[in-house]
Design a protein around this ligand. Structure first.
Ligand SMILES: CC(C)(COP(=O)([O-])OP(=O)([O-])OC[C@H]1O[C@@H](n2cnc3c(N)ncnc32)[C@H](O)[C@@H]1OP(=O)([O-])[O-])[C@@H](O)C(=O)NCCC(=O)NCCSC(=O)C[C@@](C)(O)CC(=O)[O-]
Length: 315
């Protein structure tokens, strides 16, 4: 499948949009953690190699969490050495010092802690209150920074929570500030259940900026439950955000959040950005082929509209 020569629309220059966007690819971690079947480690490694071959430069590889909590990623020790030598950034999730030790022992240079804006999700995902989870992350971030390891701070349920409903902006801003103050290099604003709309995205980024959070430190992480992920992304870009999380083929969800569906598909994102003349360095044809290949392993078609449109003869 070759996406070249498809008559892509001409880009109209828009000075509010960035010239380049960094895609933080989460398919191998956020995507595969939610699959019922455990994908064999060699297939995961090949997935990551193919994603790198398609031009993605930040590929979240796996999680060093308790294997009983996320059995789909229990093979982190086997996976990381298989891909660690790739010339791309390979962040991994670590909830605590035990997870950080495991990741550092294998040479990980980028880690992510994952906080929640709500008490319900903190309890479901980490068996902790919001404050207890932040206390658990503090020594993780301190040790990672001491070792010159880059730290991302995820913040889940920024726009709505399946148990608590609407999440006040001030609550989100407070946890973002705590993550930055403990030393996180960047934040990822998670719409874990995909309920955000563009006005809400605008309101949150404005509230964060008003609280002194630099927009350059923000990434966005949208799920596409209500079909809003691209509109939300465009809104974030207009506010100056240049890091966008996406999952190849739209794989994903979260095992500890009721109603979380797939992430924004990387192909859908790349299609939109190309149309806007925004550089990502991604070869869309190779990426689509990768998602078609992974869909075959999972035994079902990719939910990504772009994958379906560009590969209808192959699925
Ligand atoms: C944090 C814990 C461990 C607390 O779970 P806990 O049960 O409270 O654990 P604990 O601290 O009481 O320890 C119990 C045992 O687990 C061991 N243990 C403790 N930590 C580890 C570790 N890292 N690796 C291996 N073993 C570990 C520890 O050593 C101990 O072993 P024992 O002494 O009894 O033999 C657990 O809740 C957990 O692993 N949670 C992870 C959940 C998860 O990964 N969720 C998905 C990622 S978040 C997400 O997807 C959202 C995101 C990021 O995409 C953004 C968005 O969309 O919003």
């Amino acid at each position: 499948m070759n996406a070249a020569g498809l008559g892509l629309p001409m880009a109209v220059p828009d000075e509010k949009l960035p010239a380049r966007v960094r895609i933080h690819e989460v398919g191998a971690r956020d995507g595969l953690q939610n699959e019922k079947a455990v994908v064999p480690v060699e297939v995961k490694a090949e997935f990551i190699r193919r994603l790198a071959g398609a031009g993605l430069t930040t590929i979240e590889a796996t999680s060093f969490v308790h294997p009983d909590w996320v059995p789909q990623l229990a093979d982190a020790e086997q996976l990381f050495p298989r891909v660690g030598g790739l010339p791309v950034a390979l962040p991994v999730l670590v909830p605590n010092l035990r997870g950080l030790d495991r990741a550092l022992a294998l040479g990980a240079r980028r880690v992510a802690v994952f906080a929640s804006a709500t008490e319900s999700f903190a309890k479901a995902n980490l068996n902790r209150t919001v404050d207890e989870a932040l206390a658990m992350f503090e020594p993780v971030v301190a040790r990672a920074k001491a070792e010159d390891v880059h730290v991302r701070g995820y913040l889940s349920m920024c726009f709505g929570d399946p148990w608590e409903g609407a999440v006040p902006l001030a609550q989100v801003v407070g946890v973002c500030r705590a993550l930055l103050d403990m030393g996180c290099d960047e934040l990822s604003l998670g719409d874990t259940i995909g309920v955000a709309t563009p006005g809400h995205v605008s309101a949150l980024i404005t509230a964060l900026a008003d609280a002194g959070v630099p927009v350059s430190a923000l990434g966005v992480h949208f799920h596409d439950t209500y079909g809003q992920a691209l509109s939300n992304t465009l809104t974030a870009l207009r506010h100056g955000v240049t890091t966008v999380d996406a999952s190849a083929g739209g794989l994903g969800g979260c095992p500890y959040a009721k109603s979380a569906t797939g992430n924004l598909a990387t192909e859908d994102l790349v299609w939109m950005l190309r149309g806007l003349g925004i550089d990502t360095g991604v070869d869309l044809g190779r990426l689509v082929a990768t998602s078609v290949w992974m869909a075959a392993h999972l035994g079902r078609p990719s939910p990504s509209r772009t994958v379906r449109a560009l590969s209808h003869q192959e699925q």
